[in-house]
Design a protein. Structure first.
Length: 310
């Protein structure tokens, strides 16, 4: 729900910040583009500083604009939260939890977590948006989701870490793969076999490429996709797939694959993080979901990595 409690210039500013375009903002606000431009100019004059850099491809926030946008999004979400709490008191609350995650968690792990939470909190509404790592962070920054789950290799400004756990990259293999009999595999071992990897925006691929570069190793990928749900059905012996543990834990339990950690340090330097927007207090129901999610992550982390089969 969007409440008209902000001034017209502020509302127009937020819409341009969201879309990066005066024309797109005008279309969403059902006003003329010239009206949006006038309101932005009026706001910049009153603040005495430019809020946008004008480019041929659109509008980009300045440092001052970024700070104002973050404050207004937090304020708007706080207002919406209070309104929902008031409706809860009257029995009309939506009890909505908005989540975002990257694709590797969406196929099996998150549906189980969501079903378990709904069973313990009947009547809640769970919304999950699946996107790229950058897209998930952008949703949080715009205030369009309450929490996000993703793999992280470096801190992200403006986002608060609600939970973090080590999340190394694994070599995922069929149980009859020669490397499945090893407790740990090396990058040099892995590149001897046909690799199935994510695209260059996926953290597992980035860390694997870094490890290869440090050792002067090269490989030619057999399959490449930004969706693990595409790569998993393609996995055959002697292929090697790069993945996080939570993406494949259900297949490990079913005896279909095994997961083996890499020996190299770069492939250990990744975290699984539950993120929220910095400066925002999460509603009690969202906090309860975060705790439920953290318990599910810990439980999955204690599970086995699969047995090799001759």
């Amino acid at each position: 729900m969007s409440l008209p409690l902000l001034s017209i210039p502020m509302r127009h500013f937020l819409e341009v910040a969201r879309s990066g375009s005066v024309n797109q903002a005008a279309a969403r606000l059902f006003v003329a583009s010239s009206a949006v431009s006038r309101q932005i100019a009026k706001l910049e004059d009153s603040l005495g500083t430019p809020l946008f850099e004008r480019h041929a491809r659109g509008m980009a926030l300045t440092a001052a604009g970024e700070r104002l946008a973050a404050h207004l999004r937090n304020a708007q979400r706080d207002i919406e939260q209070v309104v929902e709490e008031v409706r809860d008191l009257g029995g009309q609350g939506a009890r909505r939890i908005r989540m975002a995650c990257t694709e590797g968690f969406a196929g099996h792990f998150m549906p189980l977590v969501m079903r378990g939470f709904e069973a313990a909190h009947p009547g809640c509404q769970l919304e999950l948006h699946v996107g790229s790592p950058d897209g998930v962070s952008a949703l949080l920054a715009r205030g369009e989701t309450d929490i996000a789950l993703k793999y992280v290799v470096a801190p992200e400004p403006g986002l608060r870490i609600a939970h973090a756990a080590n999340a190394p990259v694994f070599a995922v293999l069929r149980p009859d793969h020669p490397l499945a009999r090893q407790r740990v595999v090396s990058v040099a071992d892995a590149v001897r076999y046909p690799p199935a990897v994510g695209d260059k925006g996926v953290t597992a691929r980035q860390l694997f490429d870094q490890a290869c570069s440090l050792q002067g190793l090269q490989y030619r990928a057999l399959f490449v996709s930004n969706f693990s749900s595409v790569l998993l059905p393609l996995l055959r012996t002697p292929d090697v797939m790069l993945s996080g543990h939570l993406t494949v834990v259900h297949l490990i339990e079913a005896g279909e694959v095994v997961a083996r950690p890499f020996a190299e340090a770069p492939l250990q330097q990744r975290q699984l993080q539950v993120l929220a927007l910095e400066g925002r207090t999460l509603p009690p129901l969202v906090e309860a979901f975060v705790q439920h999610l953290v318990q599910a992550i810990a439980s999955a982390g204690r599970r086995k990595r699969g047995r090799a089969r001759r």
